[in-house]
Design a protein around this ligand. Sequence first.
Ligand code: HPA
Ligand code: ZN
Length: 339
Amino acid sequence: MGELKDLIAELPKAELHLHLEGSLEPEMMFELAKRNGVTLKYGSVEEIRAAYDFSNLQDFLDLYYQGMGVLLKEQDFYDLTSAYLSKATADNVRHVEVFFDPQAHMERGVSFETVLIGITRALEDGHIRHGITNKLIMCFLRHLSEEEAFALLEVATPHLAKIDGVGLDSSELGHPPSKFERVFKEAKALGLKLVAHAGEEGPPEYVWEALNLLKIDRIDHGNAAARDDELIDHLIETGMTLTMCPLSNQRLCVTPDLTENPLAHLLRSGVRVTVNSDDPSYFGGYVNDNYTAIADALDLSMPEIVMLARNSFIGSFLSDVDKEAALDQIDAVFEQHRH
Ligand code: HPA
Ligand code: ZN
């Protein structure tokens, strides 16, 4: 495992499934609560961590929306994003495509611009400071209405130079992709990339809907696809990327036992699978922790780990030139480890 761990650490990687608000560490939650005069329900960092014991997605979401209540000012979003980029850099993540949930802040009275400017300022500084590149994906909360999603898109429209794509997250069951068919069509017409969480807790049918109705460019999670052979074939034929998150699946009891995570089956069937951290502060690990845990649990080989890192760039929204440069670097690291 030592050798695999070194390989994982040294490989350049892209992270394609990361909720910025899910990277809010308890220490920062306390600091921002103090700075902003917000009262927390918890007395200590340890108490917060102890509360992170989830039995499903909704359990987590309840704490996730509560935790982000300390984010009020532009500087808070800047600090949150900067801290994540430092962690990602430490894991040798060279490119990130991050989500943010504006509706969850706007309903607390925080303006869209406050959130967006804080995040994008940190992304620009992260690029200068660490050389880490980025894309920004604005998510619609699927438990809210189609009308509210359209309202968000309208608020965001003057700022599209700073936004690369839209996504769909929050409570999956009972909120199928079909609910957002029209808003995704509009987003595509505006030139945005499209992604959606599908098949995390939901059935394979939700993945089919995300593909056929929303016409997404990438699937977030997609675990349920492993239960549908026809869907697996379709994913392979279309070269679709899945952004999987093993520690998230474990902590949200989607696949409580990591050895049963469908990542190995999908990868070995030929699906373009990637490894990501989702909400690292809530699920106990950043990108390299996810790679290490899944490599260990599923007995992944060195070439399989290299393939996961390659997939992270191939499945990204980088230009072909940038993808090729990253793939060359990955191959060089692999060469060193083979000898
Ligand atoms: N699933 C759905 N919505 C989310 C998640 C997730 O894993 N994290 C933050 N919002
Ligand atoms: Zn997610």
